[in-house]
Design a binder for this molecule. Structure first.
Ligand SMILES: NC(=O)c1ccc[n+]([C@@H]2O[C@H](COP(=O)([O-])OP(=O)(O)OC[C@H]3O[C@@H](n4cnc5c(N)ncnc54)[C@H](OP(=O)(O)O)[C@@H]3O)[C@@H](O)[C@H]2O)c1
Length: 230
């Protein structure tokens, strides 16, 4: 897919990865629509990218579906969807507060799948890119429910990819620990000791390569080769 002139919706554009991907798509010539939870930060990135803005908390799945429709109308169609929303929580599995667990799944699993479900009918011939995490492949101590929520998201994306293989390419992005502030926005707990973070810009570059590569279905961490697009 040529990125010049594509119409792209970035959900979670006020985040580090979402903002980075939105800026990179803008530089590549894409027309953008962007969402975020915080109206002021969203307005700033919308102005920077000359993009229509939509305030959205993805936990509200009905509002998410309406937002996708409004963004498609504003863009005159949709070629690329990027879902970069997510939130972690930390601590031993046995100590997890059920309210926090519910929120983790509401944001990371149901919020993300709700947006993709709403966008798929508009993405014939297009690409949906969704941020899950390496935790889907490697569930990690101190992050039981965050790992489980991302694994559920990743499983859902695998099935949706099969069901839509003739119409829409679905790219599952599963990065390792990155140098963003994600951990400081945790719903609960302190992060366990994490490996040296990878620069988020590496993931932004890989996502742009994955969107442009007509065969790519994932961005994943490979122990030998590092971050791979395949
Ligand atoms: N950073 C890492 O180490 C890492 C590794 C693997 C995967 N990931 C995944 O990559 C994605 C982006 O993370 P990031 O590193 O860019 O962190 P980030 O800067 O904290 O971005 C997360 C974004 O999700 C948004 N968000 C959280 N809950 C939401 C909700 N209920 N409704 C709408 N938006 C919501 C945040 O909105 P606000 O701006 O309003 O808070 C923020 O824009 C996430 O899915 C994360 O799980 C990150």
């Amino acid at each position: 897919m040529e990125l010049t002139d594509v119409r792209a919706l970035v959900v979670g554009a006020t985040g580090a990865l979402g903002g980075g991907i939105a800026r990179a798509l803008h530089e590549a010539g894409a027309s953008l629509a962007v969402t975020g939870r915080d109206a002021d930060r969203l307005a700033a990135i919308g102005e920077e990218l000359d993009a229509p803005t939509f305030v959205l908390d993805v936990v509200d799945v009905e509002r998410a579906a309406a937002t996708v429709r409004q963004a498609v109308d504003a863009l005159g169609g949709l070629d690329v969807l990027v879902v970069a929303t997510g939130v972690p929580a930390f601590g031993p599995a046995v100590d997890a507060d059920p309210v926090v667990v519910e929120e983790l799944f509401a944001v990371n699993t149901l919020g993300a799948t709700g947006v993709v479900r709403a966008a798929l009918p508009h993405l014939d011939g297009g690409v949906a890119v969704v941020l899950s995490a390496i935790l889907a492949d490697a569930p990690t101590a101190g992050m039981a429910d965050y790992s489980a929520a991302k694994a559920a998201l990743s499983a859902w994306l695998t099935v949706a990819r099969r069901e839509h293989r003739r119409s829409t390419r679905i790219v599952d992005v599963r990065p390792p620990h990155l140098d963003t502030d994600l951990a400081s926005h945790a719903l609960a707990g302190e992060p366990p000791r994490l490996p040296e973070p990878l620069p988020a810009t590496d993931v932004v570059d890989a996502v742009l390569r994955a969107i442009g590569d007509d065969k790519a279905t994932e961005v994943a961490w490979d122990r030998r080769d590092g971050l791979v697009v395949r």
